[in-house]
Write a protein that binds this ligand. Sequence first.
Ligand code: PGA
Length: 225
Amino acid sequence: MKYLIANWKQNKGLFDISSWLDLYFDNIEGIDISKVKVIICPPFTLINELVVNLSQRDHLFIEIGVQNISKYPSGPHTGEVGFEQLPEQVKWVIIGHSERRIDGEDNESINEKIRLSLENSKIPIVCFSEIDQYNEVSDEFSSQVFFAIEPLSAISTMGVGKPETIDNIKKVYDNVLSENFIYGGSVDDKDITNYINEPYIKGFLVGGASLDPIKFAEITRKIAQ
Ligand code: PGA
């Protein structure tokens, strides 16, 4: 089983969900979906629409995640969204994405968010760009989370990402004590073929290419082969 995570970042609106799903499902016809778990992480504002749209279709292999979570259970925290406010269909949580770290997300809050996620039976996808950031994740969580290596030079923030080489990804993996090892950074429908045969890469976190349902379907198809 491989994991394919779509990180839509701050993109898409209410009226995009249905057409994205229509095109995606049309383009994954015939693939063996038992080989890949697809997780879509939309902005908070689209979660309910995605829940409703997926429930009307016959494709239960798609799960839903969020791109961040409040480090507080609830209360006077302007602009935050916490677990109590999410529908039960949300199963995954991206934590510590580099685009949040540059906005001040620190290791303490990342560990707190992981703890809250596990307490709420959600699976954290903990992003790190350097091994120091991985080392800051408390050992008590290591066996319960997915780790996503996202080298800063690889993610397409500002549109300049360049996919990481297999050698460099393997070097990082050799320092990570987790079998739940995900790669993220400019993966698209073409260069995915460079990575799918690496057995230690258990999945992919895809930003830009996940916005296009046809490209994302092609990535799904290649992973499922
Ligand atoms: P990208 O984003 O695929 O656009 O590089 C990946 C990520 O940052 O999650």
